[in-house]
Design a protein around this ligand. Structure first.
Ligand code: IPM
Ligand code: MG
Length: 355
C-alpha cells in the first residue's frame, strides 16, 4: 500500500526519537512491499521559532492530507517563561482539536525483561495489560480560560456527545480484550463527572451487554493502579485525569519512555501517533533518549490508521526482542549498561531483519 506520513518531530528529544521510528517504519515498508512517504513539518517551539505560530497552517494542511501523523514531543523552557504569548503545547492541542482526535489510546504492558526498571514490586507487574482511553478534545484543557491580576479561571465542560463517543470506543476495545471497563471520574465532586457516569450507565448495559463495567473515583484509581494493576483491562476517563494517570501508569512499564499512544477520531484515517512523554529538554541532543515509545507508536499507526496488523505485530515483536537482547536506553538500563537512542533503533532493525 501507499501512505503519506506527516512527521512532526517537535522539540527537545522529539527529533531523536522520531528519527528512529521513521527508520523502523521505512524498514517494515521495504520488507512488506509498501511505499511510505515521510514528510516533515514544524510543530511546537520549533514552529514558533520559524513562523511565530505553534501550529503553522502548512503543518495543519499536511496533517489533513496525510494518512497518519507521527509526532515526537513539544515544549521546553525556552518557550514557557511567564512572558510567553504562544506556547508549544498550544500547537499540539490545536492539532488534536482541529483533526477531531477525541480518543487517546495509551496501552500499558510492562515488558517481563525490564520489570527491574519499575519502582513497583515485580510480583505486582506480571501479566499487567491495561489500555487507557483518555478523552482528548474536551474538558478543562479546552474550556474557557480567564486571567486577571488576582484571579484565574479554567472551565471544565463536557457534552453528552463528547462522552458517548469516547465511551463507545473504549467499550468496543474492551469487547476485543478481557471485557472489563473501568470508568474513572470524580463524581463525588464534579458535575461533569456525574454526567459522565450517567452516560456510561446508559451506554454500557444497553449497547455492550457483554462488557462488565465499574465506576472508580480518580483518587482511588491512582492508588489501585499501583496496588493491583493486574485487575484493570480498559480504563476510560476524561482528558486531564487521563493525562495524569498515564504518567503514573508508565511507572508500571518502567519508564515514561516506554509508553506509546494513538489519538483517533471518528475515522481511523489521519490518526496522530506520539509517545506519552515530553520533550525532556534536560537530555535533548545527547543521543540517550529512549526511542521505544515512539517506535511502538509507529506500530500503533500501522494497526489503527493503515490497518497493517501483521506489520504492527512485527514491530512490537522486534522491540521486544531488542529489549530482551539488552538494548536498553538509560532510563531502563542497569547502571553502566545503557545504549544510545540510535543503538536502540539499530537493535530493533536487526530484530526485524532476523525474525
Ligand atoms: C501528553 C502531554 C500533553 C498533554 C502536553 C504536552 C500538552 O502531557 O500528551 O500527555 O497534556 O496532553
Ligand atoms: Mg501528559
Amino acid at each position: 500500500m501507499q501512505a503519506l506520513i506527516a512527521v512532526l518531530a517537535g522539540d527537545g528529544i522529539g527529533p531523536e526519537v522520531t528519527d528512529q521510528a521513521v527508520r523502523v517504519l521505512a524498514a517494515i515498508a521495504g520488507r512488506a512491499g509498501h511505499s511510505f512517504g515521510f514528510e516533515p513539518a514544524l510543530l511546537g517551539g520549533a514552529a514558533i521559532d520559524a513562523t511565530g505560530e505553534a501550529l503553522p497552517a502548512a503543518t495543519l494542511d499536511l496533517c489533513r492530507r496525510s494518512d497518519a501523523i507521527l509526532m515526537g514531543a513539544v515544549g521546553g523552557p525556552r518557550w514557557s517563561g511567564p512572558q510567553a504569548t504562544v506556547r508549544p503545547e498550544q500547537g499540539l492541542l490545536q492539532l488534536r482539536k482541529a483533526l477531531g482526535l477525541f480518543a487517546n489510546l495509551r496501552p500499558v504492558t510492562p515488558h517481563p525483561a525490564i520489570l527491574h526498571a519499575s519502582p513497583i514490586k515485580a510480583e505486582l507487574l506480571h501479566g499487567v495489560d491495561i489500555m487507557v482511553v483518555r478523552e482528548l478534545t474536551g474538558g478543562i484543557y479546552f474550556g474557557d480560560k480567564q486571567r486577571s491580576a488576582t484571579e484565574a479561571v479554567d472551565v471544565c465542560r463536557y457534552t453528552v456527545v463528547e462522552i458517548e463517543r469516547v465511551v463507545r470506543l473504549a467499550a468496543t476495545l474492551a469487547q476485543g480484550r478481557r471485557r472489563k471497563l473501568t470508568s474513572v471520574d470524580k463524581a463525588n465532586v464534579l458535575e461533569t463527572s456525574r454526567l459522565w457516569r450517567a452516560v456510561v450507565e446508559r451506554i454500557l448495559p444497553g449497547e455492550f451487554p457483554g462488557v462488565g463495567f465499574e465506576h472508580m473515583l480518580v483518587d482511588a484509581a491512582a492508588m489501585h493502579l499501583i496496588r493491583r494493576p493486574r485487575d484493570f483491562d480498559v480504563i476510560v476517563t476524561e482528558n486531564m485525569f487521563g493525562d495524569i494517570l498515564t504518567d503514573e501508569a508508565s511507572m508500571l512499564a518502567g519508564s515514561l519512555g516506554m509508553l506509546p499512544s494513538a489519538s483517533l477520531g471518528a475515522s481511523g484515517r489521519g490518526g496522530l501517533y506520539e509517545p506519552i512523554h515530553g520533550s525532556a529538554p534536560d537530555i535533548a541532543g545527547r543521543g540517550i533518549a529512549n526511542p521505544y515509545a515512539t517506535i511502538l507508536s509507529g506500530a500503533m499507526m500501522l494497526r489503527y490508521s493503515l490497518r497493517l496488523e501483521s506489520e504492527a505485530l512485527a514491530i512490537e515483536a522486534a522491540v521486544s526482542k531488542a529489549i530482551v537482547s539488552g538494548a536498553l536506553p538509560a532510563d531502563i538500563a542497569p547502571p553502566g549498561s545503557a545504549v544510545s537512542t540510535r543503538a536502540a533503533g539499530d537493535a530493533v532493525l536487526a530484530a526485524l531483519q532476523s525474525p
